[in-house]
Every structure is written in C-alpha cells, then in structure tokens.
Design a protein around this ligand. Structure first.
Ligand code: NAD
Ligand code: MG
Length: 394
C-alpha cells in the first residue's frame, strides 16, 4: 500500500487532494502517515479520523489540547507547532503533498525530500525562496519533485519525452485575476472583497489576491526558472482570460505544445498523485465548439509591477527570492488588514528589496537554509516597517 502525507490538508489544495484520495478508496487505498493544518483544528481532526492518519499536527501550539480532545480514542497521535510539522515530514512516506501556504511550507518540504521519494509541490514559495537548495537536495537524495501549480504541471506534461535543450520559450498563461478589466486609476482603491472575486479559479484567499496583483504570476515565473532550469529571458507571461490553456512550451522548431483543460486543480493534483500513470479524474471535459474562442493579450507592466520585480529577482538570485517572497507576504497581510492599498503592495516589496540590497549577498550563489530563513525574517521586519510607514501616511 502506498503511504502518503498531506501538509496543509485543511486548505484549498489540501481538501482537493483529500477529495482524490477519498475517491480512490481513502484509508483502504493509502496508508496515511501525517496530516497537518493551521488553525482549523476541527477540520484537521475530522480528516485525520476519516483517513486514519498516524499523526495530525496543527501549526498553532495553543490548539494542541483541542486537537488531542477531538482525536481521543481514534489512535491518531496529536502534535502542534512549526517544529512538530517539520518532524512530521521526517516520517517517511512514498508521496508527500506540500500545500502549506507561504514560506512556512519550505522546511517541511525540504525535510520530506530526504526520504528520496516523491514531493508533490503546490507550495511555490519554497522554490522562490530556496530553488537551488531544493533542487540540489532532490537530486542528492534521488527524490522527485512533481509540480502541482497548474502552469508548472502543464509545462511538465508538455515536456514529457522532450529534450529541455530544445526549448526556446516557456509561456505562462495568466487569467489576469479579479481586477483584470478595471481602469488602471481605479486599482489603487480596490478593496479586499473586490480583489477576491476571481473569474475562473476557486483558491485560498492569499493566492487569489496574489492573482489580482500578479504577484502570483511573478512567483510562478521564478518557480519556472528554478524548477525547469531555463534562462529567465525564455520565460514569458501572457494574459489568457479563459484559463483553458494552462501554459505552453515553445520548441526550437517553432512548435508550441499547449496544455488544455478545465480550470480545476484536481487535474494537476491528480497528475502528481498518479504519475507516471494517467488516471481517471473527476474534472469537467471541455466542449470546444461551445467555447469557440480563446483570447490572449500581453500584460501591461504598469498595471502589474510585480512582473517587473520578478525579473530583477531572477537577475539577482541568491537571497533575492527569499526577500521578495517574504516582503510580498507581509505586504499582503497589510493589504488584508486594510492598512495599505492594492497598488501599495508592489511599492512595499520594491522598497524592501532596495533597502535589503546590501544584505542580499553574492549574485547567483546558492545560499544555505539558515541564510534563507534569516533573510526571510529580516525581509519580514523590513517590509513590516515600510508598510506601517505607508499606512501611517495614508
Ligand atoms: P489555503 O490558504 O487554502 O491553505 C493553506 C494551508 O496551509 C491550510 O491547511 C492552512 O491551515 C495551512 N497553513 C497556513 N499557514 C500555516 C503555517 N504558518 N504553518 C503551517 N500550516 C499553515 O492555501 P491554498 O490555496 O491551498 O494554497 C496552498 C499552496 O498551494 C500555496 O503555496 C499556493 O500558492 C499553492 N497553490 C494553490 C492553488 C489553489 O488553487 N489553491 C493553485 C496553485 C498553487
Ligand atoms: Mg498557478
């Protein structure tokens, strides 16, 4: 029986992973090792009971008593805190889903690689902050990283059987998010509710706002560069409002392989879960005659400064990815709390990167985990300071 663990099981990706595991037979089909969640203790306990997990871990230490209570008599062990989540990754499993949101997903994913098995990676932040480290660890341990982000799953599938040296360009599609058709001047006043109204995908709150600002696409451009090892100038972004082409690979003979399907994350989760086999998946089938047209347009960099910042981060490499991601997470927290405006997020990130420039170290070096975690911390402090100042002057 295959053993699996799911980190971030109570989130959007986590629940969709459970949906596929359940359809395949749940605890009868898989030995479930570890399930982890954040603050939703009730849901974590419910899932751990259903899937008969060995251990359930919540991120919030103050939730431990409640988790123990809810798991009493079930045979599922309970633990809490960031270190306990990392320890859960030390328990070997054949397949691990990394679906915690944010840089908090880095350490558990990194530790899961040590077993030399499969890591299904939804947590793009880990590649942005620690791409060279993660890829080297996977290589050294003989582990396989299977991309779960829909774009990267699409590229991975388009590359099956191809030689990466023949790739001329990788074209990431972007829906443009909730505010895609707003006039530029109105964006500064966009509220959290407005930015959350994503046209095509139902996702966690943070990534949905990141889609509207294209910080999500910025992370994905860096993720592409790190995961596939292509030069930054080969990675392009195009707005494709229908979200039916999930990304494309252009080869040196001019051919473009596009991956199409319904906008349903269970496709890329299921591809990673069943790889290298294509299994039946409960996703809607496209009716092309009814769809009839696909449209594309170039992204405007004044609307989406995040895309411009991603280019600078890729030039810099080293600790720039860690600084970029951490500053982005903090800027998003301030936007969600109402302190800064929608367009201020990019301003905070850019000012943070500028302020941190002397601390970013040598260009193109592959930093160690400790240095990355330190930069993550430093960038959070810096971005918080800058965001508070902006909030005060509003
Ligand atoms: P989500 O907010 O719905 O869920 C996040 C999960 O992480 C939850 O289980 C939450 O409890 C847990 N969590 C949050 N903070 C934590 C912390 N500090 N420590 C430990 N656990 C914590 O997020 P999501 O939308 O499912 O996204 C998860 C990851 O997948 C993100 O990296 C996101 O970028 C990526 N992703 C998501 C989608 C999607 O459709 N939702 C698509 C592509 C990529
Ligand atoms: Mg994506």
């Amino acid at each position: 029986m295959r053993s699996i663990s799911i980190f971030g099981v109570t989130g959007s990706i986590g629940e969709q992973t459970v949906d596929l595991v359940r359809r395949a037979g749940g605890a009868e089909a898989y030995r479930v090792v570890a399930l982890t969640g954040g603050r939703n203790i009730a849901r974590l306990a419910e899932l751990a009971r259903e899937l008969r997990a060995e251990v359930a871990v919540c991120a919030d230490p103050s939730g431990l008593a409640e988790l123990r209570d809810r798991l009493a008599g079930s045979g599922v062990a309970a633990a809490a805190g960031a270190e306990a989540i990392a320890e859960a990754a030390d328990r070997p499993a054949d397949w691990v889903m990394s679906a915690i949101v944010g840089a908090a997903g880095l350490v558990p994913g990194f530790r899961a690689l040590r077993h030399g098995k499969s890591l299904a990676l939804a947590n793009k932040e880990s590649l942005v902050t620690a791409g060279p480290l993660l890829m080297a660890e996977a290589e050294a341990r003989g582990a396989r990283i299977l991309p779960v982000d829909s774009e990267h799953s699409a590229i991975f599938q388009a590359l099956a059987g191809e030689d990466i040296a023949t790739v001329e360009r990788i074209i990431l599609t972007a829906s443009g998010g909730a505010l895609r058709d707003w006039p530029l001047e109105a964006l500064a006043r966009a509220t959290v509710q407005e930015a959350l109204a994503h046209p095509n995908w139902a996702m966690g709150q943070r990534i949905t706002i990141d889609s509207a600002s294209m910080f999500n696409k910025a992370l994905e451009v860096i993720e592409t560069r790190e995961f596939f090892g292509v030069e930054p100038e080969r990675v392009e972004v195009i707005i494709h409002p229908e979200s039916l082409i999930h990304s494309m690979v252009g080869f040196r003979d001019g051919a473009i392989m596009a991956h199409m399907g319904a906008p349903d994350m269970r496709h890329s989760i299921g591809y990673a879960l069943n790889w290298p086999v294509r299994a039946d998946l409960p996703v809607a089938r496209l009716d092309l005659a009814q769809i009839s047209t696909l449209t594309f347009r170039a992204p405007d960099l004044t609307r989406y400064p995040a895309l411009r910042l991603a280019r600078a981060v890729m030039e810099r490499r080293g600790l720039a990815g860690a600084a970029f991601n951490a500053a982005k997470e903090v800027a998003l927290d301030h936007f969600l709390a109402g302190g800064i405006g929608f367009m201020d997020m990019a301003g905070v990130v850019e000012a943070s990167l500028d302020a941190l420039e002397p601390d970013l170290g040598r260009t193109n070096a592959a930093p160690a985990l400790d240095d990355i975690l330190q930069m993550d911390h430093l960038a959070r402090t810096k971005a918080d300071e800058i965001a508070r100042r902006r909030a005060g002057s509003r």
